[in-house]
Design a protein around this ligand. Structure first.
Ligand code: F6R
Length: 603
C-alpha cells in the first residue's frame, strides 16, 4: 500500500501537495516524492525517509507550479532507495507517474520495452507505466489514448496518477482494484488514494470505480470506462469526516479498517508473482524438512499453513513457535526455515532465523516490511505487500500470510504431481472466491457478530474449540480476544477437550465452537460431537458454522456455504470481528491494547 496524491489548480499547489503526502503517510513511509510541472518541465524531488525528513533535505514545496503529483511509498518491488521512490519518469522526462499496488505482468513488459530501447533506472514495477505510455504516445500523439492502451495491458491490482508536459493542464489517473478518489474544490481538483489526500481542502468527493480512469483539470473532472473510453456520469458526494476519522477511512478504529481491507489484501496476494511462490515451493521440495515458524499470531499462521500442506500436498511441515525453535528443531543444511513476520523485526523470529542460518539451513520468509531484518537476512523473501498495519493486533497481515502459504502448498502439490493441473486450477478458482466471500461476510454478518459480542462482552473466560485447521483458527481467534479485550480465551483442539478441560464445563462456562462445512464430513461430525458433549453438561455455546441455522447453539453466526479450502479463512475474519466488537463493548483501547507493542524487538 502506498499513498498517491495529485492537485491541479489555478494557483500554486506546492504547499498543498506536501500537506497531501503528510496526510497519507500512514499508507507508507519508507520514502516519498513529488513531481511538479514548472513552466515546461517536470521537476522531481524524492528521497528515502519520512515526509518530514525528505522535506527537510529536498524542500519538497520549493518548486512552484499549478499541477503536480506526490507519493508516499511502502516498497513492494525494489529496495528502499532514492531511485526506487516515486514519481517515475519516462525516458524523455515528459511523463511522470505515481503508483500504488502491483503490476503483476511488469517483468514481461519491462523486457519488451527494454528491447525496443527504453532505459529503466529503477527496480520498480511502476516505471513500466511511464515508459509504456511514452511508447504509445509516439503513435497516438495523445495521452488519453495512450493511457487507455496501457491500462488494458497492465495486469494486477493497482492505481496510478500521471502528469505530462504534453498536456500540462491535466492529471490522468486510473484504478484497477486499488482505491482512488477525486476531490472537487472551487478552483482546484484533487486525486488521492483516499480522501486524506485532500480532506483539508475539500469535502466534496467522487469515487472512481474499478476499471475506470479519470482526467481532472483545475475546474473539471471526467470519468471514463477503461475498456471503452466512454464517459461515465457520477455525482459529487459531500462527506463530513474529521481529519482523524478520515485517517481511519471513516472507521472508528484502525483494527476495523484493516479487517475491512482484507478483500483487497487477499486480491493483492493472489496477484503476487507466481514465480516467487514457485521458487518457495521448489525450496520446500528440495529440502528434507521444512519448519514453518512464527510467534504469536504468526505462529498460528504457521499452524494454519501446516494443515494446508498436509491436506493439499500430503506433507508434514511442522509449525514451531519462534521462541521454542532452538529447543526443539533439528536443523542442518538440508532443512528449510520458513517464517512469517509482519514487521520482519520480531526478536524471537530473528533469533530463530539466525540460529537456523548458523546451522546451515536454507531460509525463506513471508514479510510485510521491505528492508526489514528478516527480509534482508533470508535466502528468499516473499513480500506480502499488505500495506502498513497500524493497529497493534495483526489481522490483514496474518490473513495474507496464510493465503501465501496456501498458494505455496498448491504450487508444491502441482510440482510434486500430487494434484493434476485441473485440480490445481479448481483450487485456484476457489481461492479467487475468497475476496468476495469476505466482503459478503463483512457486509452481511457484521450486525450479527456485533450483537453477540455486545451481549457476551462481560464473559471473563472463554474456551475456543476447533479441529484440524479450525484449531489454528480457534487459537488465533482466542489470541485476538485476549489481547484486545483483556478477557481470557483459551484456544484448543476439539478432541483435546475431553482429556481434562471438559471438567470445567457447567452452566456457567462459555465455549465458541468453529464448525467446518458439512462437506468435511468427518471433521464436521467430530466437531459436532464436541458440541453435544458441552450441551450435555449445560455449557453455553456460540457456534460459527456454515449452511443453515442450528438450534443446538445458544448463539450462532451462520456463514454461507464455502469450499473447505477457504471456509476456515472466513471464520478467521469472523473471529477478528468478534474480538473487535467485544473490545468496543468493553471500551478497550482497541488499536493500542495495554502492554502490547506492534513490533516486539526484545527478548
Ligand atoms: C497479535 C500480534 C502478535 C504478532 C507477533 C509477531 O495480534 O500482532 O502476536 O503476530 O508479535 O509479530 P511479527 O509478525 O511482526 O513478527
Amino acid at each position: 500500500m502506498c499513498g498517491i496524491a495529485g492537485i491541479v489548480s489555478v494557483r500554486n499547489i506546492s504547499d498543498r501537495l506536501l500537506r497531501s503526502i503528510k496526510n497519507l503517510e500512514y499508507r507508507g513511509y519508507d520514502s516519498c516524492g513529488v513531481a511538479i510541472l514548472t513552466k515546461d518541465r517536470i521537476e522531481i524531488r524524492k528521497e528515502v525517509g519520512t515526509v518530514e525528513e525528505v522535506d527537510r533535505k529536498e524542500k519538497l514545496a520549493e518548486p512552484q507550479g499549478f499541477l503536480g503529483i506526490s507519493h508516499t511509498r511502502w516498497a513492494t518491488h525494489g529496495k528502499v532507495t532514492q531511485i526506487n521512490s516515486h514519481p517515475h519518469l519516462s525516458c524523455d522526462g515528459t511523463i511522470a507517474v505515481v503508483h500504488n499496488g502491483i503490476i503483476s505482468n511488469y517483468r514481461a513488459l519491462k523486457d519488451e520495452l527494454i528491447q525496443i530501447g527504453h532505459r529503466f533506472v529503477s527496480e520498480t514495477d511502476t516505471e513500466v507505466i511511464s515508459h509504456l505510455i511514452e511508447e504509445y504516445y509516439q503513435v497516438e500523439g495523445d495521452i488519453e489514448k495512450s493511457l487507455i492502451k496501457a491500462f488494458q495491458l497492465l495486469e494486477g491490482t493497482y492505481a496510478f496518477a500521471l502528469i505530462s508536459t504534453r498536456e500540462p493542464d491535466k492529471i490522468f489517473c486510473a484504478r484497477r482494484e486499488s482505491p482512488l478518489v477525486l476531490g472537487v474544490g472551487s478552483d482546484s481538483m484533487f486525486v488521492g488514494s483516499d480522501i486524506n489526500a485532500f480532506v483539508e481542502f475539500t469535502k466534496d468527493i467522487v469515487i472512481l470505480e474499478d476499471g475506470e480512469y479519470a482526467i481532472i483539470t483545475a475546474n473539471s473532472y471526467s470519468i471514463k470506462d477503461g475498456s471503452t473510453g466512454s464517459q461515465i456520469q457520477r455525482k459529487v458526494q459531500t462527506i463530513n469526516w474529521s481529519a482523524e476519522v478520515a485517517q481511519k477511512g471513516g472507521y472508528p478504529h484502525f483494527m476495523l479498517k484493516e479487517i475491512h481491507e482484507q478483500p483487497d489484501v487477499v486480491k493483492t496476494v493472489l496477484n503476487l508473482d507466481t514465480r516467487d511462490i514457485q521458487k518457495l515451493a521448489e525450496m520446500i521440495h528440495e529440502s528434507e524438512r521444512t519448519y514453518l515458524v512464527g510467534v504469536g499470531t504468526t505462529y498460528y499462521v504457521a499452524l494454519a499453513g501446516q494443515y494446508y500442506f498436509s491436506k493439499i500436498v500430503g506433507c508434514y511441515l511442522p509449525a514451531v513457535s519462534s521462541d521454542e525453535f532452538e529447543y526443539v528443531a533439528e536443523v542442518n543444511p538440508n532443512t528449510l526455515f520458513l517464517c512469517a513476520s509482519q514487521s520482519g523485526e520480531t526478536y524471537d523470529t530473528l533469533k530463530a532465523l539466525r540460529y537456523a542460518k548458523k546451522k546451515g539451513s536454507k531460509t525463506a520468509a513471508i514479510v510485510n516490511v521491505i528492508g526489514s531484518s528478516v527480509a534482508r537476512e533470508v535466502n528468499h523473501a516473499i513480500m506480502q505487500s499488505s500495506g502498513p498495519e497500524i493497529c497493534v493486533l495483526s489481522t490483514k497481515a496474518a490473513l495474507a500470510q496464510i493465503v501465501i502459504l496456501l498458494r505455496t502448498a498448491l504450487e508444491l502439490a502441482r510440482l510434486k504431481g500430487h494434484i493434476s493441473e485441473q485440480t490445481f486450477s479448481e483450487y485456484m478458482k476457489q481461492l479467487e472466491l475468497l475476496p468476495q466471500m469476505i466482503r459478503q461476510i463483512l457486509d452481511e454478518k457484521t450486525g450479527n457478530i456485533r450483537n453477540i459480542a455486545y451481549r457476551r462482552a462481560q464473559i471473563k473466560n472463554w474456551l475456543f474449540l476447533g479441529r484440524g485447521i479450525y484449531m489454528a483458527v480457534a487459537m488465533e481467534a482466542a489470541l485476538k480476544m485476549k489481547e484486545v479485550t483483556y478477557q481470557h480465551a483459551e484456544g484448543m483442539p476439539g478432541g483435546f477437550m475431553k482429556h481434562g478441560t471438559i471438567a470445567l464445563i457447567d452452566d456457567d462456562t462459555y465455549t465458541l465452537v468453529l464448525v467446518p462445512p458439512r462437506e468435511e464430513d468427518d471433521l464436521y461430525h467430530q466437531t459436532m460431537s464436541n458440541v453435544e458433549e458441552i450441551k450435555a453438561r449445560k455449557g453455553f455455546i456460540v457456534g460459527f458454522h456454515h449452511g443453515k441455522s442450528d438450534s443446538i447453539f445458544d448463539e450462532e453466526v451462520v456463514l454461507p456455504d464455502a469450499p473447505p479450502l477457504i471456509a476456515p479463512l472466513l471464520q478467521l475474519v469472523v473471529g477478528q470481528l468478534f474480538a473487535y466488537f467485544s473490545a468496543v463493548a468493553l471500551k478497550r483501547n482497541v488499536d493500542k491494547p495495554r502492554s502490547l507493542a506492534k513490533s516486539v524487538t526484545v527478548a
